[in-house]
Design a protein around this ligand. Structure first.
Ligand SMILES: Nc1nc2c(c(=O)[nH]1)N[C@H]1C(S)=C(S)[C@@H](COP(=O)(O)O)O[C@H]1N2
Ligand SMILES: [Mo]
Length: 331
């Protein structure tokens, strides 16, 4: 039985109805995760998941079909943010600082040809043409919450595969401790590159174990289609347990380093934006509380704020990465 819930096109199919193929895929995914050493408790919660979600394509851009995957777990029971909201309310400062600027301005971004260069402390550095990178591992769909440090959130179905697939391919050296993501900074097509808000290019980074975590996604699409330019076409990172600014858009370089890379927002205001930036309702931004959030699409007059979840709701899956760390110091 298919149950239509909420707004157009968001369908839950209940457990007994999951096709053998979907069940097979899910099982294979779980086995893969187990091989990657993910904790048993997290697996149990995924395995017992009642519903998988299917999201209808908006029909605006080229299809990027992903094998439906229940790996995202935690978010799949929540209503997916409407495509028009996820593509018109954006942060992509290269195209302007207003939420509506990226949707208006990012049509100038040229996403072909596009090359992602992998360099630094790896055995097999190299340049990946985007159309080869697309085929490096099976495409999956992951429905993740995205929580911006500013206090709003969305639920977005991404297409992509775990970044670990690429990392394993290039064979990091033993002294590679961090991964740095460098994004495009092209003043010809990006009108705000050169503005003084941030240092360009926009750079982000992760610790190696964070980058290798199966939830960390190298994403090429959303809602079953290629990424709209304003959402970081043709390829971006999505790290669902961290504030949105860690999820760098339109990346052109992935560099493996021994030292923690300096990152765009940390350079701009280190006391406000830490390197870790894990979503944490108990650690406030110096200028506002992080205890609650506004879900985009629910912002009517009487819409209640939602409680922000520890690690954005992915604590079971990622909490162990930070065992013994003082999360107030390592904000
Ligand atoms: N290159 C680049 N990546 C970026 C940003 C940016 O300004 N430039 N903004 C970040 C911020 S603050 C957020 S909240 C998310 C927003 O992603 P979305 O527009 O797809 O929801 O992208 C992140 N990635
Ligand atoms: Mo953000």
């Amino acid at each position: 039985m298919l149950i239509k819930t909420g707004r157009e096109g968001f369908i839950h199919s209940i457990a007994s109805e999951i096709t053998p193929e979907a069940a097979y895929r899910e099982r294979r995914q779980l086995l893969k995760l187990m091989a990657g050493g993910v904790a048993g408790a997290a697996l149990a919660s995924w395995a017992s998941r009642e519903a998988i979600a299917q999201v209808q394509r908006p029909g605006k851009l080229a299809a990027l079909p992903g094998a439906k995957s229940a790996v995202a777990g935690a978010a799949t029971m929540e209503k997916v943010t409407e495509y028009k909201d996820a593509t018109s309310y954006n942060n992509f400062y290269e195209f302007g600082t207003d939420k509506s600027d990226p949707a208006q301005n990012a049509h100038t971004l040229k996403t072909r040809p596009w090359v992602v260069e992998v360099e630094g402390l790896v055995k097999k550095p190299g340049k990946f043409a985007i159309d080869d990178l697309l085929k490096l591992a099976p495409m999956e769909e992951r429905i993740y919450r995205l929580r911006c440090v500013e206090g709003w959130s969305m639920v977005i179905p991404w297409e992509g595969y775990s970044l670990s697939a690429l990392i394993n391919k290039v064979e990091p050296l033993g002294n590679a401790k961090f991964v740095e993501f460098v994004t495009l900074a092209d003043p010809k097509t990006m009108p705000f590159v050169g503005s003084r808000v941030l240092d360009w290019p926009y750079v982000e980074g992760l610790r190696m174990d964070e980058a290798m975590h199966p939830l960390t996604l190298l994403s090429f699409g959303m809602y079953g289609e290629v990424l709209p330019n304003q959402n970081g076409a043709p390829v971006r990172i999505v790290v669902p347990w961290k504030y949105g600014f860690k999820s760098a858009k339109s990346i052109v370089k992935i560099r493996f380093t021994e030292k923690e890379p300096p990152t765009a927002w940390n350079k701009a205001a280190a006391n406000e934006y830490g390197f870790y930036s894990n979503v944490n309702p108990n650690v406030d931004h110096p200028r506002w509380s992080q205890a609650t959030e506004r879900r985009i699409g629910e912002d009517g007059l009487f819409a209640k704020k939602r409680k922000t979840l520890m690690f954005n709701g992915y604590e079971q899956q990622v909490g162990q990465l930070y065992a013994g760390m003082d999360l107030k110091k390592n904000y």
